[in-house]
Design a protein around this ligand. Sequence first.
Ligand SMILES: NC(=O)c1ccc[n+]([C@@H]2O[C@H](COP(=O)([O-])OP(=O)(O)OC[C@H]3O[C@@H](n4cnc5c(N)ncnc54)[C@H](O)[C@@H]3O)[C@@H](O)[C@H]2O)c1
Length: 321
Amino acid sequence: MRVLITGGLGVNGCWVTRQFLAAGHEAVVFDNRPDFSLTRDIADRFEFVEGDILDSDSLARTLKERRIERICHLAAIYPSACDEVPLRGFEINALASVRLLEAARIAGVRRVVFTSSVAALAPFPAMQPGEVLRVDESYPSCPGDSGVYGATKVAAELMGMNYARLYGIEFAALRFASIYGPGKLAPRHGDASMFVIPNVIVRALAGKPISLPYASNQPFDLVYADDVADSIVRACVADALPHSIYHIGAGRTYALGEFCAAVSAAIPGAKIEFAPESQGGARSAWYFDISRADSDFGYRPRYTPESAIRHWLDWSTKLGI
Ligand SMILES: NC(=O)c1ccc[n+]([C@@H]2O[C@H](COP(=O)([O-])OP(=O)(O)OC[C@H]3O[C@@H](n4cnc5c(N)ncnc54)[C@H](O)[C@@H]3O)[C@@H](O)[C@H]2O)c1
């Protein structure tokens, strides 16, 4: 199969590209930033098109000339960038997705897999401290406090469903929980301190202590980038996609302390402190019900915090990042 991966050089895209190649597919990567630091090991095995996702002509040419059969659409910008310049956020994350759907329609591409986010959902209800909400695909979308980014994801999801209705393009949006994996740092994603686990790793590697604002039993749905890629590849190659929305996460919560224990095991001497009991223990939390993705295309996370952190550090060494 010939697959186009937009944003295929990014934190998740690099694993998508790697997995397609490993499965014997032909991968064409479309990205506007020719930074091959996360794809060094496979850089001579995929076709690369440098282009802006807003450039309809370049997209159309790529689909036609490279005879693309299916598309995984990962090119996007992050929440802080979307809030900084909302118009640009909407253009790149939403309008460009519609342009891609239109180019796919004209080129006769069969399927588009779109990468959405928990940010597409309506705010979660107020819960008791320590209470955990399981969230399936019937939960309403319509972002409240998740800003411009969430709005762009909902807009692109709805337009994908309309292209499916009007033109028969097979479309699925995969909504991800929080993702962790190598490369999730500046200059790609900005300040590491915004992301708990990357920040823990960065500080531990630098020999610096870190004091976390959460209790060690704080639950999180955090999914590893290579599992995320597995879900995207499965959704792309499945014989049929019975639904247009899928929730993708770890399938359960893990306590923050479990991630930190894995970091301490991999980086001896890591100094990690949690919020003291006096601050009230675990707050409420949520996690994605992934049973639809499991039954429709066999998605089941393969990583635990231990194996993911080991994999992250091994690959960081391998890639020299
Ligand atoms: N990482 C997370 O926690 C998370 C969570 C939920 C959803 N997502 C979604 O998953 C997808 C992939 O995220 P990621 O973390 O791999 O992001 P990333 O920033 O690592 O990768 C995105 C890639 O898109 C490219 N890109 C950005 N703007 C472009 C443009 N105008 N034209 C062409 N290419 C462009 C970038 O150069 C980059 O290589 C995105 O749609 C993101 O919104 C990510």
